[in-house]
Write a protein of this length. Structure first.
Length: 384
């Protein structure tokens, strides 16, 4: 079987290496790269060379970005070629369009590598859906930010220094603000919750990142038996759903608090199976390459994923409420003091907002950031 890879970067090289070293019967016959990066005889910078090649039945897109990835995926599907992609940004934006075109063309759309790196997370959601209604999905779904927080907690490392290391290791997005501002987790949360809830979830959900997280914030929460993790969360019930991405203060003894390095921990709750957790490396060349090669093997063995994302469901932010802590030098309306005994350098204070939706918390935080751009906010996880 001949396949093509679009983009020979961190992920594309991982796919090429795993296929070449470990998979019999699959050949990477063409690679699309930018004109100034044609370093291998299989490479071309003309996508038409790939889409017009009748011997290529599967196209693996790992270029990233929205365009031309969106156009290339649609063109490949329209030509009857199946597509595997690791590009969560383009899938989060065009999932419904890709699924429609894949169904129309009797082609497969494989998206395992868009969420959770090497973890079989989408496959597990699809499997759980065969029996259960899934009431929630959540988790640590970004390797870069987990790597940063873990190093800050364990080594007292500086935010910018660890971010640079995550970039060097190939975990971070081309523009790492997508990682630290929560956009990458938003894309993964939209994709995973769309598959879990049988609907096309909206991209307009509250998103707060960890850009302003300091060692002092981590120390404050640790003194209260908590650790901070960037979580994507989505819940559904009675034909409605809500989702959010935000730093969450989780109990120190929880599995989430103890996830190290670039690892992810994804959780679903199903009607009969209860809580299921999936753990593994959430970023990097070979773990992500592995997820893609699993999709390639599924295709070669005739397994085509089926996504039911057509059921209309109403977005209802009242389904997702928490207590929130905001640390700032500014003032937070309708709040009460949290940890008055904790002394921040520079005179910052910590304020508690009780029982509000993620939407309201995000609105309050945006106002506070206007006054003090170094402020930080985290939800406090409910103890079950
Ligand atoms: N790095 C990681 O750990 C993971 C990345 N992803 C996703 O996989 C995709 C690729 O990520 P990376 O490999 O890290 O990025 P990268 O930047 O290392 O590689 C992208 C490659 O695509 C090429 N490219 C970009 N635009 C092109 C175009 N128009 N025509 C031809 N070639 C083009 C670039 O020259 C580069 O070699 C992204 O969507 C990313 O979000 C998903 C999971 C993990
Ligand atoms: N930048 C992402 C890459 C994988 O999806 C991450 O750090 O998780």
């Amino acid at each position: 079987m001949k396949i093509a890879i679009l983009g020979h970067g961190v992920v594309g090289r991982g796919v090429d290496r795993i296929v070449t070293e470990r998979v019999e019967g699959v050949e990477v016959s063409r690679i699309l790269e930018l004109p100034d990066r044609l370093t291998d005889p299989r490479m071309t910078s003309n996508f038409q060379d790939i889409v017009d090649d009748p011997e290529i039945s599967l196209v693996v897109e790992c270029m990233g970005g929205i365009e031309p990835a969106h156009t290339f995926i649609m063109d490949a599907l329209s030509a009857g070629k199946s597509v595997v992609t690791s590009n969560k940004a383009v899938v989060a934006e065009h999932f419904g369009e890709f699924v429609s075109q894949a169904n129309f063309s009797h082609a497969g759309l494989y998206i395992e590598a868009t969420c959770g790196g090497g973890i079989p997370w989408i496959a597990s959601i699809l499997k759980a859906r065969r029996i259960d209604d899934i009431s929630s999905i959540s988790g640590i779904m970004n390797g870069t930010t987990n790597y940063i927080v873990d190093a800050m907690v364990r080594e007292g490392a500086d935010f910018d220094v660890v971010l640079a290391e995550a970039q060097r290791l190939g975990y971070a997005e081309r523009d790492p603000s997508a990682d630290i501002d929560g956009i990458d987790v938003r894309n993964k949360t939209i994709i995973a919750s769309s598959v879990a809830f049988d609907t096309t979830c909206t991209g307009s959900i509250p998103v707060t990142g960890i850009r302003t997280l300091t060692k002092a914030d981590l120390d404050l929460f640790e003194s209260r038996g908590l650790s901070v993790k960037l979580l994507g969360r989505a819940v559904q019930g009675d034909g409605r759903y809500a989702a959010a991405v935000e730093p969450v203060a989780v109990p120190l003894r929880s599995l989430e608090a103890n996830v190290p390095s670039n690892f992810n921990l994804c959780t679903l709750v199903g009607t009969t199976v209860g809580e299921l957790k999936f753990y593994g490396q959430g970023a990097g060349s070979l773990p992500t390459g592995n997820a893609i090669v699993q999709d390639i093997l599924d295709f070669s063995e005739g397994r085509v994923p089926h996504y039911d994302i057509d059921t209309p469901k109403q977005y209802d932010p009242t389904l997702l409420t928490s207590d929130y802590v905001i640390r700032t030098s500014s003032y937070v309306e309708d709040s009460e003091p949290y940890a008055e005994d904790f002394e921040f350098v520079g005179g910052d204070r910590a304020f508690l907002l009780r029982g509000i939706t993620a939407e309201k918390a995000h609105e309050a935080f945006v106002n506070v950031l206007d006054q003090d751009p170094s402020s930080f906010m985290a939800a406090i996880a409910r103890e079950d």
